[in-house]
Design a protein around this ligand. Sequence first.
Ligand code: RFL
Ligand code: PHB
Length: 389
Amino acid sequence: MKTEVVIIGGGPSGLLLSQLLNRAGVDTVILERTSRARVLARIRAGVLEDGTVNLLREAGVGDRMDREGQPHEGCYLTDDDLMVRINFYELTGKKVMVYGQTEVTADLYDAQDAIGTTIVHEVEGVVIQDAATTAPYVEYTKDGVLHRVDCRFVAGCDGFHGVSRQTIPAEKRDEFERVYPFGWLGVLSRTPPANHELIYANSRHGFALASMRNENLCRYYVQVPLTDKVEEWSDDRFWEALKMRLPHETAQNMITGPSIEKSIAPLRSFVSEPLRWGSLFLVGDSAHIVPPTGAKGLNLAVSDVYYLHDALIAALKKNNMSGVESYADRALARIWKAMRFSWQMTTMLHQFDGEDSFAAQMRKATLSHLSQSETARRDLAENYIGLPF
Ligand code: RFL
Ligand code: PHB
């Protein structure tokens, strides 16, 4: 096979990149390790930044999002019973969209089907060859048969555990990492939301988040020790822990029900540089991970795609390599700011094991300051709705 761009990974970054490139007449092949059904079964992000929403529309995949997604003008940060509303719309003129990553991915697969792009599922043993040259190729095995795709560029959209990042020689990579000493236990339930907007809750019992997908589908999280197992968390135990962390009134009025999904995810901040190695580019989770507290993971993957699609179209259609040359710097400048925001939100809202009594007072003071200072709220709002691409 021969194509212009091989995309490793058929998650949201790979699919969106393929969608934008094909619409501009650039030919792609996506290689995905699992089945489409498994990609679509992942419950992950829920909040889309303003820039993400616009790029999805531009990619021709905004219709269902605009019909079924919920624009949110604000969210709440709480500290026991103190509720601080961050009014994004008043502070920045922008909103976010509550629309699940699962739906975004489903819309992208439908759009790719309509264009008729090549997506090869259930590939094994992907190896990127000659990445440092201008004639790379990718080998993979499918149903026991070895295949080869020649191309001009390779986009590594294969997530944190993919092969793309590892293709860059270890001695050429700088990795920056912070592992947090807790995880998030997430539950999905067919119940009406506890509140009409998201609540990020700091409390003496630890962090909790009340989020949603629609009027009858909720996503809730509580901070748990990394040693906890999902099996140790019955639905009853989960609801009890959640209610202790949310403001009293919200907890009292909340409707609970059986969980339809329950999982624990560890929290980490991670960046690997460089993002480019010759003809190979790292995109999304393959290059960076943020803790979910700022709702930035998926949105950051989308801004990488924005920079890269532009660069590849210019290179392939106009023989202009300037975007390719500047991709890493442009993307990293935004990545590090989202890293900072996600780390700051995580630190402001979580209890750390073995912390001193001073730390809890700092969280309280930060939330109290937010409640009193419009400047502080504006800063948070600007970052939450997403820094410009
Ligand atoms: P993905 O979604 O991990 O997709 C990568 C794809 O590559 C495939 N793959 C390979 N394919 C071929 N060959 C290989 N060797 C391969 N290795 C891997 C995988 O099967 C997969 O289909 O990365 P992408 O596209 O960069 O998208 C990034 C987002 O998915 C991610 O940033 C967010 O989901 C992060 N994240 C969250 N972000 C938010 O903004 N808000 C959230 O609430 C939120 N919750 C989460 C999350 C991530 C989680 N993870 C990673 C476990 C909750 C969880 C549990
Ligand atoms: C979610 O709805 O899954 C969600 C929302 C906001 C976050 C993280 C997760 O910050």
